[in-house]
Ligand binder design. Structure first.
Ligand SMILES: [Fe+2]
Length: 508
């Protein structure tokens, strides 16, 4: 299959109508005869938003004055793969022209859209756009004749106040007996556990709750969860909570599919889909684990924390600000630093791609709008909470492509020895990493509206009190990472012990 194509699409709204283009002019157009929103192919180095502004100007002659990024649709066909960034806008300048070299352009009342010749998949995301105003991500698989087909190899993420009840049929499609994996209390307190149980009851799915997942889940906890799942004969797993329960859910799903195996199996290299189906319900805004195939576990007997080699991608993820609202403000700050760090480490990474950078840029746009609210002692408003959740998911999607980099590698001693929460432990190295990146970081600072690494450091100092960090512990981290060439190679510039030390010293 070719390198994935990245495209943009916008539904421009005015007075209950969408501006649509009827593709009827170009020869050999894959969309010939179909009606679509406006947009087109992203050029290399262009952000998705800039691409869309350019395409809309070229096609309809109007200037979009604001854009609302709504989601990403991953199209898969036997010969091609495409990631489409979807936006809506009701704010533009000018009067649309009624035709361009690709086809006829027309305002269509929303109630008439269904009567047009649309791709089957477009109907699905148009209905999501109408029923919610929050982020979504889905995979649509077509056969070689252009028919939409169902595929097991998919991921669907929904963010909405009622997303679990709205999509309960999707949870039901995963199995008949669920193992719910969560922490001790928070899922009960914030209502997420109740929402999941209600959805399961509605479809007659039995369930068992395993609520013993600790922060930085250990392999012993995974085996205990596996035993609970075996006793319940679970055929799918639902992880509810922050990164720890979701990562644990993935590893337990792996061990449930491979019931006869011991702890060491977690560290063998195996089949990527060698696990029971996993559903994730994130209740914090940092890890993005619902969008990644990564499971980070702790092996206390060896003093190790890190990703297991298996890649276990959740089939569904459901985010809801209701769960986040019940979270302590400092935890929101800590997890937001983690999400921002994922965006930075994905964007400034030797493995970064056009796609991972395009996703990260959308995440940076969200950070721009949440950064001030994070400093408040009060719980943010709904818009900010939604932006935080979307940022976290986008950050997860970005690192799912190219992985984390030096700041995460340097953080593990700070978490395991220093008991510093994961987000701040990583964030400690982020301003220094951006400083080391030089002009590679220019676009990030431009998007987040922070002038430079010094200003970001100041913001981070206000988000978390870093001064208690032990310098010897930092040195142990530096020595470890300096000896790990694979980690050093994640930086898109020369990285050695001196650079790692500079990154750490930047926060002093
Ligand atoms: Fe992280």
């Amino acid at each position: 299959m070719n390198t994935p194509v990245i495209t943009t699409l916008c539904y421009i709204e005015d007075d209950g109508r969408y501006l649509m283009i009827h593709k009827n002019k170009k020869e050999n157009d894959i969309n010939a005869g179909k009606w679509l929103g406006l947009g087109g192919h992203k050029k290399e180095g262009e952000t998705a938003a800039r691409c869309l502004m350019r395409e809309v100007k070229e096609e309809a002659g109007i200037t979009l004055l604001s854009l609302n990024f709504r989601g990403i649709v991953h199209f898969v066909s036997p010969s091609d793969e495409e990631y489409m960034f979807i936006y809506v806008s009701d704010n533009f300048d000018g009067t649309p022209r009624l035709e361009c070299d690709e086809g006829e352009i027309k305002w269509i009342p929303k109630s008439d859209i269904e009567t047009l010749n649309l791709w089957e998949g477009d109907k699905i995301f148009l209905s999501i756009l109408e029923s919610s105003n929050q982020f979504f991500n889905l995979t649509l698989t077509y056969d070689d004749k252009g028919n939409l087909i169902s595929s097991h190899d998919k991921q669907e993420l929904y963010q909405d106040k009622h997303c679990i009840s709205k999509h309960s049929d999707k949870i039901a499609s995963c199995g008949k007996r669920a193992l719910i994996v969560t922490g001790r209390n928070s899922a009960k307190r914030n209502g997420s556990l109740d929402d999941v149980i209600k959805a399961l009851d509605e479809h007659g799915i039995t369930y068992t709750v395993f609520n013993e997942v600790e922060e930085n889940p250990s392999v012993e906890t995974i085996m205990k969860g596996r035993d609970a799942g075996v006793n319940a004969d679970a055929d799918f797993v639902i992880g509810i909570g922050g990164g720890s329960p979701m990562d644990a859910a993935k590893a337990i799903a792996l061990m449930l599919k491979n019931r006869g195996r011991g702890i060491d199996y977690l560290y063998e290299n195996g089949n990527p889909s060698d696990a029971l189906p996993v559903v994730c319900v994130p209740t914090t805004c940092g890890t993005g684990s619902e969008a990644t195939a990564v499971s980070v576990l702790t092996r206390r007997s060896l003093g190790l924390k890190g990703s297991i080699p298996y890649k276990i991608m959740p089939e569904y993820g459901f985010s809801n600000i209701k769960y986040l609202r019940a979270t302590d403000m400092q935890i929101i700050r800590n997890t937001a630093i983690d999400a921002f760090s994922h965006l930075v480490e994905s964007y400034i990474n030797s493995k970064a791609t056009e796609l991972s950078r395009a996703i990260a840029i959308e995440g940076f746009h969200k950070f721009r709008y949440v950064k001030e609210a994070l400093l408040s002692k009060y719980t943010p408003n709904d818009d900010t909470l939604n932006n935080l959740l979307t940022m976290s998911t986008l950050a997860g999607m970005a690192i799912a492509i190219d992985g984390t980099g030096l700041p995460h590698a340097l953080s593990y001693h700070l978490t395991l020895e220093g008991n510093i929460p994961h987000g701040p432990a990583v964030g400690y190295f982020i301003p220094g990493y951006l400083n080391a990146a030089g002009s590679l970081a220019d676009l990030i600072f431009d998007v987040i509206k922070i002038s430079d690494a010094e200003d970001l450091k100041e913001l981070f100092m206000r988000l978390y009190h870093f001064e208690r960090i032990d310098k010897d512990m930092i040195m142990r981290s530096i020595n470890d990472v300096a000896g790990n060439q694979a980690k050093l190679d994640t930086a898109p510039f020369y990285a050695g012990k001196h650079l790692l030390k500079d990154m750490a010293d930047f926060m002093c």
